[in-house]
Structure formats: structure tokens, C-alpha cells
Design a protein around this ligand. Sequence first.
Ligand SMILES: Nc1ncnc2c1ncn2[C@@H]1O[C@H](COP(=O)(O)OP(=O)(O)O)[C@@H](O)[C@H]1O
Ligand SMILES: [Mg+2]
Length: 477
Amino acid sequence: MTNQSINLDYLSECMKLDQINKSDIENILVSIFQSSYDGIYVADQNGVGIMVNTAYSRITGVKSEELLGKSMRTVVKEGIVSESVTVKVLEKRTPVTIIQSVRGKELLVTGNPVFDKVGNIVFVVTNVRDISDLNHIKTELLHSRKMTDQYISEIEELRKRELIHMHLDGIVAQSQEIMKVFHLARKVAKVDSGVLILGESGVGKEVIVNYIHQESDRAAKPLVKVNCGAIPHHLLESELFGYERGAFTGANSHGKPGLFELANGGTIFLDEIGDMPVDLQVKLLRVLQEFEIMRVGGTKSIKMDVRVISATHMDLEAMVDKNDFRRDLYYRLNIVPIKVPPLRERKVDIIPLAFYFLNRTNEKNRLNKRFHSEILQFFEGYSWPGNIRELENLIERLAVMTDQEEISLKDLPPYMLSGKGFAKPEPGKLKETVANVERKMIKEQMEISKTTRRAAEALGISQSALVKKMKKLGLTV
Ligand SMILES: Nc1ncnc2c1ncn2[C@@H]1O[C@H](COP(=O)(O)OP(=O)(O)O)[C@@H](O)[C@H]1O
Ligand SMILES: [Mg+2]
């Protein structure tokens, strides 16, 4: 408070007129001092307490007798207060603010020096404010912020859950196209309808079958996989349905349960269903319609509770039209078709998959391989006829086979860098074949790298050698 904020002229005028006297002014000042909600403590230039208001005692719990006439240094020594702002102000000769905790209360303590005309400290006025409430509010605010952050991340988590879930299970699903497939798979998992998964080889049909089974109520029961194309036709029936003892020569004398029986309560996956012979198609249809099987050579039927998922890379509809596949069975199997697009139609997945496979191989083999950016660019543009399987095998091979840490274009097998038929050498024409290979490799590389410098680097030859070669092969540099 500066002198300008008190109307001294008015006060002295009043005094002159005898309207108020010195003791009235003292009374005013004392009542202001006492009525302050904040605690006030005043010490002299030696830090000896000369004034303490009731708020100070209320807030700090220290009685005025413990402070008045005593040096703050002694008060600290006696352990009445833990630290003294007054002492700090006397040492520093500047205002000092500290936050002190007294009996569970947070106190904001500010000490201000009052100087005389020559710059000596005459008083130190200390103001004490209980900020526990403020702190309480602050704590609540921080808590609610923390909760908000937590809720936000939980929502994020929920949103990404499917993706994360898929990642956890070793599934990469980045593109909208494949996300749709997995959404559909999740939906059909909950019902027992026949699911037919269509898609080229290596697109991940089996991955989807695993996913459906895991997401279904049958998850704890077996998932039995049968590749109808891999089992000789004459064995397929007994494999699927089992046989009774003595059913045929060479058969186990006790008989054997079929894969359907093994899958009871769970799921059976009939892969390459297009390879199922027509006579067996009839038997399969019966199982699907009547929920029972009969072992080969058996006489009584066995009740079955099996969910059937089938898959094929063939055009089953065309086969139905040509009578190579039974229409009634086709409809049975195909209640819910799931089409898995080839990798080249969901390019967004290529790079995440590439990294996923590289990381996996790195971890498995304690390697530290990485991709050159050009090879990633190439991966995105490549047609991947073998789909994810081709990408997976390629990356595992590259990671293990290459000598350097960085996997680059020159590490790719030549057939990938050319169009069809590129790697087929014509007998007796070594020179031409080599020239063709070189021409194609260089052309492809130039399309990717754009400059001869980068193309040469990727091909593992010098720039001048590349330019020379290009001229010789009739390519424009
Ligand atoms: N979304 C995916 N994320 C990670 N790996 C995948 C994914 N889809 C397929 N794969 C892998 O690619 C390979 C081929 O998948 P698979 O399901 O056997 O294909 P398909 O049955 O269509 O021939 C498998 O090794 C599989 O683990
Ligand atoms: Mg498969």
C-alpha cells in the first residue's frame, strides 16, 4: 500500500477539525488488520514479531504469544514453523513467496520488505493465504483432465480395437477393402450359416477362417482343416467321414473317425472345395442338410454339430454352370460369400505387410534388416500374383539371404523385375537372352529410380557402366 492510496490530507483535515483523533486512526488500522481474511504477520528489521492478526493464528495454528517479541529465527529453531519467509526477505531484501504446508493445509506465504528512505528494511510484512481449497480444486481439475485423457484413449482404443486385435493375432488389415472383409467375417462368426470364402491363392482365406472360428462360440472346440485338393479322391471320403472296421482292405481294424467327427462341436474348413469329386458332393450335401454322417462301411448315422466353412480360388459359379459342381451344394455352402480381394487391389496393405513380415523375420533370426525406400515403392507397384504368400516368402528370403543390412531392388529375383516370360531363356541364344534380361531390368529400374545414378546404385553397377550398357542395348539414357 503506497501513501497515495490513503487520503492522508482528508485524515489530517479530519484530525484538525477534531472529528477524529490519533486513536481513532489506530483503531481503524487495527480493525482493518484484524478483519483481513488473509493472515498478516509483521516483523521488524531483526525479524522480531511485532504484529500478528487473528487470521494468521487461525490459518497457521500458531498463537500470537508464540510469535510476538520473538525473532523468527528462534521460532524456526523451536520448530513452531518449518521455515520463515521473513528470514528469507531479510536475507534477500526482495519479496519472497513460498508454499508451505502446515497441518495438512497448503499455505501461500508472501513476505514483503518495507524500506526506509535510505534503503534499510524497517519491517517485513508477511501475508498468509490458505490455498488448500484452491489446491483441492486444482487437484480435482487435474484428476478430471486425467480422466478425460483416459476416456479419450479408451475411445481410441475401442475404435482401433479390431485393428489392434487383428495385429495381435498376426493379422495386418490396413485397407478399407480388407477391413470390410474382417467386419463381415466377425458378423458371420456369430451365426452358423455356411460361409464360402473366395479369392486367389495366398490372399489370406485361411487367415479369415481362423478368425471366424476364433470369434465364434465354437472357439474352444476344434477347427479342423481339410484340403480337398491335396487328399487323393479315393481317400477323401473315409478321411472326411471315417470308416468302420473292415470297411476296406488296409483299413485300421478298429475303424477310424473322420474329420467331421473330429470337428464335432467346432468348425470344419473345406479348403479347395472346387476339387471335391461330384459323388462326394452328394454326401457332403446330406451332412449339411441332415446334420449327420455315416462312416464308410457303417450302418448307423452319427449326429453332427459342425459349422462348415469352405474356400476356393476357382470360379465355382462357372463350374456349376458346367455341371462340375452341384448347384444345390453350391447354394448350401454359399449362404454368405466372402470375397477376398487380391493384394494388387488393396495396395494400402502392401507396405504394412512388408514391414510386418520383415519385423517378424528380424525378430525370429535376430537380424536387423531394413528396406531401401525404392524397394517399398517397387512393392507397391508390383502385381503380386502369389498375393500375401508371395510377399511373405519373398521378404523372409530376402532378409535371410542378403548380406547388407539394407534390402534394395538389386536383391530382388530377376523375374520380379520383368514382365511375363522374362526369365525363360531361349536355348542356344544365351547372348540375346542376357541382353533381353538386361534391357528389361534396366528399363524397369529406370522407371522406378528415374535417374541413372540411382538406377545404377540399385542395380549394383557404376553409373558410367549403366550409361554404356543402355546405349549398347538401344535404350534412351
Ligand atoms: N492379413 C494378413 N496379415 C498377415 N499375414 C497374412 C494376412 N493374410 C494372409 N497372411 C499370410 O499370408 C499367407 C497366405 O495366407 P492364406 O490364408 O494361407 O492364404 P490362402 O488360404 O488364401 O491361400 C499365410 O502365411 C498367412 O499367414
Ligand atoms: Mg489356403
